[in-house]
Design a protein around this ligand. Structure first.
Ligand code: ADP
Ligand code: MG
Length: 476
């Protein structure tokens, strides 16, 4: 079995201690970096981004499956974003009860009324999976969600393979070291942004990274900025406040911020309600959406990434409708779907409530939120649904089958953390990048992968939330 590969090394505590020290230094050398919590907006003091000491086993066929299906997911997201009737219908009940989704939806409606002012579309996403362990020991690739907004760690994951390769050599495992795959999502994501910038067609125009107030994970983004500058494409980093203060549209709806024309707005902030600290932030979002700048993502692609849309897609006939002549694409996409259930009012939603109350440990209850830490598990599902079961508020959630990956042992390295062996669960992500110009898809690719691993004690939370750490697949 794959998980046994590194067993001897893992139980040699003197060696593990030595390897952990080497690993941290190598991470710093390779640029797997994060700013520290105490000074998140300064690069005077930085540390390594948290990562596993060893790579984690992933079955080769399943890994390849995640890469192969990605261009179909790109196409699917893009088609959804253009299907206004579908979005309207899918989100109709959700926006009655979820204010954040409703606000996004209102922007979407305004843009449709006014007419889209840009026919170039740039999509950078990440489809996340866990490997569900069925009774017979085989595992199946099951999608957790697709992130169409601010999908992160494409930068840092371009640097982690070198760290694990090095550790395995030092550990006396050169063969495994050679098996660590190359990975460079930063280059692929930047290639898509560069293509978009060229299509926009103004050499003086900038790519604007719309960034958070607190920027601990800046290096992840800097890799993409660097790739763009290498191609002589200028980039700037701006916050919502900057856009509020110095953003404007000219008579042709070209976007200017601080006097600079913006060709592409790459949102790395704006996916959580708390990112909009004032009404002005919402005004700024609307202004950017109305502009001729290419938005990554545009408002309709943002909505296509909601959990409600994910649940609606799992209904019979829906994916089929988006791929009328491509049964193979439908099959590949559908194979990754876990059970997803509506909580809309009516008999179907009532049945979902009954199912969840009867056996809450089999499910995850999800609101329309991103960023980790929002989902509800186990006994708490009962609490929430017993309170809401007959109220329309339940339609703010969807219910999903809980995926159960096989735990694997590893050491999680994080600043000042203890060096103890943990039972871990991994989540595999595939980065998608596409560019559409009117009716022409000019790029549609899978540009890399991400493996994140967390202690099995935690049911939720990503790297930024301080729960998961960066990892690499060791194909078995
Ligand atoms: P977010 O938008 O907050 O990232 P996700 O749907 O990705 O929401 O869920 C967050 C985390 O919760 C995932 O990274 C995963 O660890 C866990 N999780 C989500 N859905 C499931 C599921 N169906 N089965 C098991 N774990 C899940
Ligand atoms: Mg997620």
């Amino acid at each position: 079995m794959g998980e046994k590969i590194l067993d001897e090394v893992m139980i040699n505590s003197a060696l593990v201690k030595e390897l952990a020290d080497v690993a941290k230094d190598e991470a710093l050398l390779q640029g797997v970096l994060m700013r520290i919590q105490e000074s998140p907006n300064s690069s005077e003091l930085v540390t390594y981004a948290p990562f596993t000491l060893f790579p984690s086993p992933v079955p080769k066929a399943i890994f390849l499956q995640s890469l192969e299906v990605q261009p179909h997911f790109n196409t699917l997201v893009d088609k959804i974003s253009q299907d206004t009737d579908f979005l309207q219908e899918a989100l109709a009940n959700t926006i009655e009860v979820d204010d954040f989704t409703a606000r996004l939806f209102r922007i979407h409606q305004k843009i449709l009324e006014e007419g889209r002012s840009q026919e170039i579309v740039l999509g950078l996403n990440r489809s996340d999976y866990m490997l569900d362990q069925s009774g017979d020991g085989a595992s199946a690739l099951k999608q957790i969600e697709i992130n169409t907004f601010a999908a992160s760690f494409g930068g840092l994951s371009s640097r982690t393979p070198a760290v694990h390769r090095h550790i395995l050599k030092v550990a006396g495992r050169p063969e495994e070291s050679r098996q660590i795959l190359d990975n460079n999502p930063a280059a692929g994501l930047a290639r898509a942004v560069a293509k978009t910038w060229e299509l926009y067609g103004s050499e003086r125009a900038f790519v604007m990274f719309l960034v958070e107030e607190v920027q601990r994970n800046i290096f992840d983004q800097r890799y993409i900025e660097s790739e763009l500058w290498r191609r002589n494409i200028p980039t700037i980093r701006k916050r919502f406040d900057d856009v509020c203060r110095s953003g404007s549209l000219d008579q042709d709806k070209r976007l200017f911020v601080d006097g600079k024309e913006i060709a592409v707005v790459y949102f790395r902030n704006g996916y959580m309600p708390q990112n909009y600290t004032s009404e002005q932030c919402w005004d700024a979002r609307l202004m950017m959406e109305r502009s001729r700048a290419v938005k990554c993502p545009d408002i309709s692609t943002h909505l296509a990434g909601t959990k409600k849309v994910q649940q609606v897609l799992a209904r019979p006939g829906v994916v089929e409708k988006f791929f009328p002549d491509q049964p193979e694409a439908v099959k590949q996409i559908r194979a990754t779907f876990a059970g997803l259930y509506t909580l809309d009012m009516g008999p179907e939603g009532d049945h979902t409530v009954e199912m969840a109350l009867a056996d809450p440990d089999r499910y995850v209850l999800k609101p329309q939120r991103e960023g980790g830490g929002n989902n509800i598990y186990g006994a708490e599902i009962r609490q929430v649904l017993e309170g809401l079961k007959d109220a329309t508020q339940r339609t703010a959630y969807i219910l999903m089958d809980k995926i159960n990956p096989a735990p694997v042992q590893n050491y999680l390295l994080r600043r000042d953390g203890p060096l103890t062996i943990n039972n871990c669960l991994s989540e595999l992500g595939a980065f998608g990048a596409y560019v559409r110009h009117g009716a022409d898809m000019v790029m549609n690719e899978c540009v890399g992968h991400l493996l994140r691993t967390k202690s099995s004690e935690h049911s939720d939370g990503g790297v930024a939330a301080g729960v998961a750490v960066l990892d690499n697949p060791l194909l078995v």
